[in-house]
Design a protein around this ligand. Structure first.
Ligand code: NAD
Ligand code: MG
Length: 388
């Protein structure tokens, strides 16, 4: 460890973003560059224990309380502290690392990420649900804490890379690229009967199960539209989406003089992770270099909101404002879990979400995080009631 060593905790280290983050840390120089403070996972405790030992973590936390004893046994004699459950996640968030990688999936990540933001840690944010559900309150918490908010979602990381702070006033629009997912060319009739196995097979990116299915329904892009609005302080009409099947352009910013700046790269999350970890420096990263002659072409298509209603629902949530992001996300998470469990069809995810959004359109804006959690819970209960 040297004077320039920084410290990091990873919430959700056993997932797709989490394992990629540990890989990037190794490439950046391992413990000489970043001291790993806390790692958290859920059910995969064997991997969590292995990571904690390999990276010299001080604390390992499983969100699943029933796994506490098993994790403690796996780590006995190592000196690594063990904790579990919600209080364990909060302990990890508060364990004092300079930076926290927020890589838990879903609203489960909101409370610990918020705690890390409030105590002033730099937040590398993959867990987009924080911004979708808590929006401006989350941004305000980061600001009050005094840490930086570094987007890890590849689209937002791309925008962050090309959005010059001094030219912020001249931003006309941001253009989020979307691969279109595995059902880009499917009709609604074809989508009606798709399975979890076909929905999870993303054409370009390798990601966790839930975000892969959200990419197939374009709910992922819907969440990203709301995420962009809060992250960059945009009006709903400044957030555009373009389908770009090759996923080489990761997103773009359009300025008032008509210029459009884009960030390009191979579809590898280690790029966005490395950029967030090393910002404002650029590190040497092990991602594949683009070969334009081999790529030959980049294609674009207008998104089809009739086939992918999630995009329309995002626009509705953005224009209504208030807690509508929390309602959209809470209802969607319940419907997504039901689709994964085989209890409902692919198309009903958007139908259930829209119905719950209509039922809860009257909810007032959130005065505090309690209102956000209440709206999330209410949306979940209504979505469950619709599933029967
Ligand atoms: P994943 O499913 O691969 O991993 C999720 C992590 O969260 C795991 O460590 C898991 O143990 C933990 N976890 C799951 N449920 C939990 C709970 N209830 N409480 C506490 N921990 C829990 O997911 P992922 O693909 O790595 O995505 C993580 C986040 O990053 C998501 O918000 C996703 O939208 C976002 N994201 C992911 C990618 C990607 O390439 N995977 C890209 C952009 C954004
Ligand atoms: Mg993304």
């Amino acid at each position: 460890m040297t004077a320039s060593t920084r410290s990091i905790s990873i919430l959700g280290s056993t997932g797709s973003i989490g394992t990629n983050t540990l890989d990037v840390l190794t490439h950046l120089g391992g413990r000489e560059t970043f001291e790993v403070v806390a790692l958290t996972g859920a059910s995969n405790i064997a991997l969590l224990a292995e990571q904690a030992i390999a990276h010299g973590a001080r604390l390992a936390v499983t969100a699943d309380e029933s796994q506490y004893v098993a994790l403690r046994d796996l780590l006995s004699g190592t000196g690594i502290e063990v904790a579990a459950g919600q209080s364990g996640l909060m302990e990890a968030a508060n364990a004092g690392a300079d930076m926290v990688m927020a890589a838990i999936v879903g609203t489960a990540g909101l409370a610990p990420t918020l705690a890390a933001a409030r105590r002033g840690a730099d937040i590398a944010l993959a867990n987009k649900e924080c911004l979708v559900s808590a929006g401006d309150l989350f941004v305000a918490a980061v600001r009050q804490g005094g840490g930086r908010l570094l987007p890890v979602d590849s689209e937002h990381n791309a925008i962050f890379q090309v959005l010059e702070e001094s030219q912020r006033h001249a931003v006309e629009r941001v253009i989020l690229t979307a691969s279109g997912g595995p059902f880009r060319t499917f009709t609604r009739e074809q989508m009606a009967n798709v399975t979890v196995e076909t929905a999870r097979a993303h054409p370009n990116w390798s990601m966790g199960l839930k975000i892969s299915i959200d990419s197939a329904s374009m709910f992922n892009k819907a969440l990203e539209m709301i995420e962009a609005k809060h992250l960059f302080g945009l009006a709903p009409e400044q957030v555009e989406v373009i389908v770009h099947p090759q996923s080489i352009i990761h997103s773009m910013v359009g300025y008032s003089d008509g210029s459009v700046l884009a960030q390009l790269g191979s579809p590898d999350m280690r790029h966005a992770i490395g950029y967030a970890l090393e910002f404002p420096r650029r590190a040497k990263l092990p991602v594949e270099r683009l070969d334009f002659a081999r790529l030959a072409r980049l294609d674009f298509e207008a998104p089809d909101e009739a086939r992918f209603p999630a995009l329309r629902l995002a626009r509705l949530a953005m224009t209504r404002g208030g807690v509508q992001g929390a309602v959209l996300n809470g209802a969607k998470e319940v419907a997504l879990d039901a689709f994964i469990a085989g209890d409902t069809g692919f198309l009903s995810m958007a139908q259930i979400t829209e119905a719950v959004m209509e039922e809860l359109a009257h909810l007032p804006p959130a005065a505090s995080m309690d209102d956000v959690f209440a709206a999330d819970l209410e949306a979940r209960q209504r979505a469950k009631a619709r599933l029967g």
